[in-house]
Design a protein around this ligand. Structure first.
Ligand SMILES: Nc1ncnc2c1ncn2[C@@H]1O[C@H](COP(=O)(O)OP(=O)(O)OP(=O)(O)O)[C@@H](O)[C@H]1O
Ligand SMILES: [Mg+2]
Length: 530
């Protein structure tokens, strides 16, 4: 009789006169199972002290098989020194006592010297008198599972921080609205060179900076209103090249590697430009001695993700844009926290730690994914994957910079805003532009005023208001009752009440708070020619 085992490995066959066939089947089954699984299956013979181990030890951990089996010292030596005593103690206690087996986790050393987390389960088989005869068990590499758990923890943590920051940013926006607007109004009556004027200028500059920070926070919280359009990203990158070159140092070479077949994507172009600029500035900071910065676009078609991996992007066609540098790279700690708002390794005053937060939130809000490839001293490549969009992109809209000219005519405005401070301020702002304003604290009051037959050129309404009706519902009602009367919605954030999936419905005019007088004037000119 011949027992089929892989070369260099030992099988054992207990033959009794009574059920030879049954025993042979059992051994055969064990052999098939051991080969079919990539996990490590082992059997330790207590009489010889040697352990037979399945192929998995080589395929999973790189350790070669040993003729005759592995001695106990092989295991003991490969358990992480910090785990060793506990694991061996557990095993001894189990075999010395009357336990039926054990179940433990520890770090095991692969042939390449790297420790990986493993889970080990074993069953003890004893003689009738309790003496241990053999131990059969399995050892499973947990690295992938642990990495997935860590990924999930990270994305949950980012979600939680996002909710928190979204709320704070919203309140800040309302306050900044008042500060910015009042400073704007103060400027009006001032002599150009007065001391007070430079103070007001300082107030304006500081609040604009604060408004920029808040908008990054909103982007991270995925609450920035987006107006995605079918876009040719290559074109956008080429247009940005002069701006990017200015942002880099002379020692950094900027290379574009744009695929001529790049698929179009549906994206908010100004926000995308902002994200790309953030990535390039990070790369610049990572290359103080200079180096190479590469922006590449590629079409990729992702396969189905593994079923146990919900964090992976859905299968399908994506446009991948990668910003890579030859800079200092990131260590594991930085890598794991890079997207967190306010996480920065830069000196105080240098980095706010919001650049990548903005990139992350914006890309996720755009149904895309961010992937990172980095190593200490090994450079960094950050890829943004955006789902392919159908159709041919239109030319990027050329938004002309208009100054705040005085309106051509005075308009009648119905202002709806529940926050008294903001309402008074916005009314002043509008009156400062030469318009006539009726202001009310809520949608019901607005409808009541309209019902009296007073005529208006435009309704300007906040979006989130207490009392059961929000700005969007008010806009819908007005469209029904007074077709042709334009509505401009303003908000410091964009709760789902305003936006569908974070995206503005076509036809609704929207102005993000905090806004400056010039922006308000521009919108009036676009909407009602006033
Ligand atoms: N290309 C890169 N190479 C090396 N480290 C990077 C790179 N990009 C980001 N990092 C690390 O991630 C951290 C967070 O980046 P992030 O852009 O969010 O903030 P920041 O650049 O520090 O500040 P901010 O962008 O708000 O001015 C950085 O401080 C840096 O440690
Ligand atoms: Mg940055």
């Amino acid at each position: 009789m011949r027992l089929l085992m892989p070369e260099g490995q030992h099988g054992r066959l207990l033959v009794t006169e009574l059920d030879v066939t049954e025993q042979r089947r059992a051994v055969e089954r064990f052999r098939i199972v051991a080969q079919a699984t990539s996990d490590v299956i082992f059997e330790r013979d207590y009489a010889t002290g040697l352990t037979w181990v399945s192929e998995g030890l080589t395929s999973q951990f790189g350790h070669p098989g040993m003729a005759g089996g592995h001695p106990r010292s092989f295991w003991a030596d490969n358990i992480h020194p910090d785990d060793r005593d506990a694991v061996l103690g557990l095993i001894d206690a189990a075999t010395d006592g009357d336990a039926e087996g054990w179940n433990t986790e520890y770090r095991f050393c692969r042939a390449d010297g790297q420790y990986v987390p493993v889970s080990e389960r074993a069953v003890i088989r004893r003689d009738a008198d309790g003496t241990v005869r053999t131990i059969i068990g399995s050892m499973v590499d947990l690295s992938r599972q642990k990495a997935l758990e860590e990924q999930l923890r990270q994305s949950q943590r980012l979600d939680a921080i996002g909710q928190l920051t979204g709320g704070v940013a919203y309140d800040f926006n309302n306050l900044l609205m008042v500060i910015l607007g009042n400073a704007d109004l103060l400027l009006d009556g001032m002599v150009p060179d007065g001391a007070a004027r430079s103070m007001v200028d300082n107030i304006l500059r500081a609040s604009e900076k604060a408004a920029e920070l808040t908008s990054r926070l909103l982007a991270f919280a995925r609450k920035q209103p987006l107006s995605p359009k079918l876009t040719d990203l290559n074109g956008l990158v080429v247009e940005m090249q002069p701006l990017l070159s200015r942002a880099l140092t002379a020692e950094i070479a900027l290379e574009l590697d744009l695929s001529p077949e790049a698929w179009p994507v549906q994206i908010d172009a100004p926000m995308f430009e902002n994200a790309l600029l953030n990535l390039c500035v990070n790369s610049r900071d990572a290359m103080p001695q200079g180096g190479r910065l590469r922006i590449a676009t590629r079409n990729v078609t992702l396969p189905d993700p593994a079923p146990d991996d919900p964090a992976q992007p859905k299968s399908g066609p994506y446009l991948c844009i990668t910003v890579s540098d030859t800079g200092e790279g990131m260590d594991e700690l930085t890598r794991s926290r890079m997207f967190e708002p306010f996480f920065t390794t830069k000196p105080v005053g240098k980095g706010s730690g919001l650049g990548l937060s903005m990139v992350y939130g914006f890309v996720r809000q755009s149904q895309g994914h961010v992937q990172v490839d980095t190593a200490p001293a090994g450079g960094t490549a950050i890829s943004i994957l955006l789902p392919r969009a159908e159709g041919a992109p239109t030319a990027t809209a050329d938004e002309s910079e208009t100054d705040a000219r005085l309106p051509e005519r005075s308009a009648r405005i119905l202002l709806v805003e529940d926050d008294t401070l903001v309402r008074v301020h916005v009314r002043n702002l509008m009156m400062g532009l030469g318009h006539r304003v009726t202001d009310v604290p809520g949608p019901q009051e607005a409808l009541a005023v309209l019902a009296t037959g007073s005529r208006f050129d435009i309704v300007v309404s906040d979006v989130v208001m207490p009392g059961g009706m929000n700005g969007r519902q008010l806009a819908a009602r007005i469209a029904q009752l007074y077709p042709g009367l334009p509505v401009l919605l303003t908000s410091g954030h964009s709760r789902d009440a305003v936006l569908r999936d974070g995206v503005l419905e076509p036809g609704i005019a929207f102005l993000q708070k905090p806004y400056r007088r010039r922006e308000l004037a521009d919108r009036f000119r676009d909407l009602i020619g006033a």
